[in-house]
Design a protein around this ligand. Structure first.
Ligand SMILES: *Cc1c(COP(=O)(O)O)cnc(C)c1O
Length: 473
């Protein structure tokens, strides 16, 4: 007697309420990770497909009680790995409502609210980030797919410059599409070029040092050599190792001079626009042809939430055009969002975005962002005061790049030591921060982007990783 039943709903709601209260009461204190507990908990899930189910409430409670030890506390205050963001109270509530309503965001026929709030929220985001008012946005799963949208539009534009409608006729017969960027290019932006049939090898990295800073003279020489053939420039606003920026304005000058397409991947770095302290870093972004931003990073909305903006709406619409009579009535002029991005059925991502922007406004986000900059400064001071820690970059945002350097080891030994340290930090699990390679050196690059993070979490983070370092040698 276990098929879905209305009579289960009250119990599910009550159980969820209890679960939420329990989790929210503990999230500040849970370890970032616990691999041993995770292994044990996951073993409990290993069973074959049940024939008879146990009902909704029991299954939900089993998921939470048995599953919690195997979760990472990515929504907590001391998970500094990657750029994971958190979920503001407003966004979290709206995400629950999103699941409750279970509306797609596609056309009025499915839900007028989700469609119109998506359009409105994207306008608000353009305003927040200082993007050009003519840009058309679309919500996607994250920055990887936003890069996909930007590069699909760029490919459409580039094909038309060669007299080919790529969305209609494909790439056959065309030369390689040149994509000129710096060493800061994100792995996902290269990946989408493989998905689009452009190929990873079409990426030219113009760098002037081991860290990957752009060499504009070399980029310009390459544009000159193309002799008028169209090219795509890709700038990164906020690279993952130290939060540095390509010079967007100068790359916009190059794009203008040589008639190139400019894409800006500002997955988390575009947030620099919200504060006078950092807005200069993204100067020129209003001149871009396409822009990528993530919501599940600094906007602190739950996964999955990313935004692509394209200046030329017609090019964007051509790249994603499709139709079927059952999907949309051709005589209905109201918006159909499936035609501006890769997905048809789409989660109503705008509900969290609208709610969090309505709840906190421009000023609330500016305050949170500046608090994160200050917390990164506190981390810098603690690192600089620790004799065995060596900072590798001055953070422009809230990514702090540093390594363990006891002073008497070769570069090779240092890399090996820092790798072992990073593995130990995850095995310990009280805090989370991972290793990267920065200018050939293995280093940590913790990032502060969660509204929950406080000064005491920064102190605890540094205390724990120093304690683990002391036990290493
Ligand atoms: C995080 C990030 C991405 C990928 O974003 P996802 O949301 O994980 O797909 C792309 N570019 C940059 C610069 C990033 O920081």
């Amino acid at each position: 007697m276990t098929d879905p039943d209305r009579n289960e709903l009250d119990a599910v709601r009550a159980a969820f309420n209890e679960i939420a209260a329990d989790y929210l009461g503990r999230v500040d204190d849970l370890p970032a990770l616990n691999y041993d507990a995770a292994r044990e908990a996951l073993a409990g899930f290993q069973r074959s497909l049940p024939s008879e189910g146990i009902g909704a409430e029991a299954a939900l409670r089993e998921l939470y009680e048995n599953g919690l030890p195997a979760t990472g506390t990515t929504s907590g205050p001391r998970f500094f790995h990657w750029v994971v963001g958190g979920s503001t109270p407003a966004a979290m509530g709206a995400d629950w409502l999103t699941s409750l309503l279970d509306n797609p965001s596609y056309a009025w026929v499915g839900s007028p609210l989700t469609v119109e709030l998506e359009i409105l929220s994207l306008e608000w985001l353009k305003d927040l980030f200082g993007l050009h008012e003519d840009m058309t946005g679309v919500m996607v799963t994250g920055a990887s797919m936003a890069n996909f949208v930007g590069m699909a539009a760029a490919r459409q534009w580039w094909g038309e410059r060669h007299g080919v409608d790529v969305s209609e006729d494909g790439l056959v017969g065309l030369p390689a599409m040149p994509v000129l960027t710096s060493g800061y290019v994100h792995a996902s932006a290269v990946k989408v070029l493989s998905l689009l049939g452009v190929g990873r090898s079409s990426v030219e990295r113009h760098t002037r040092d081991a860290v990957g800073r752009v060499d504009l003279a070399s980029m310009e020489a390459s544009l000159q050599a193309l002799d008028g053939a169209p090219a795509v420039l890709m700038a990164v606003a906020g690279e993952v190792n130290a939060g540095d920026f390509d010079p967007v304005d100068e790359m916009a000058d190059l794009a203008e001079r040589y008639g190139a397409w400019l894409h800006v991947d500002g997955a988390f770095g575009l947030f620099a626009a919200v504060s006078d302290r950092t807005a200069h870093l993204v100067r020129g972004v209003e001149r871009a042809d396409s822009v990528t931003v993530d919501g599940h990073k600094w906007l602190n909305v739950p996964y999955d939430s990313g935004y692509a903006f394209v200046r030329d709406r017609e090019i964007m619409a051509k790249a994603f055009a499709y139709t079927a009579r059952y999907l949309a009535d051709p005589t209905d002029s109201r918006p159909v969002l499936g035609g501006l991005g890769p997905e048809s059925s789409r989660r109503a991502r705008a509900l969290t975005v609208w709610t969090t922007l309505r709840a906190y406004g421009r000023v609330g986000y500016q305050r949170m962002f500046e608090r994160h900059l200050d917390l990164a400064r506190e981390m810098v001071e603690l690192i600089d005061a620790a004799p065995e820690l060596e900072r590798l970059a001055d953070p422009l945002l809230s990514v702090v790049c540093f390594r363990l350097n006891p002073g008497d080891l070769s570069e090779e030994e240092l890399s090996e030591l820092n790798h072992r340290w990073s593995v130990l930090i995850f095995e310990d699990g009280r805090v989370a921060a991972g290793a990267t390679e920065y200018g050939g050196q293995i280093a940590l690059r913790p990032t502060v982007v969660n509204w929950r993070t406080r000064s005491e979490d920064i102190v605890e983070f540094i205390r724990v990783i120093r304690e683990l370092a002391a036990g290493l040698r």
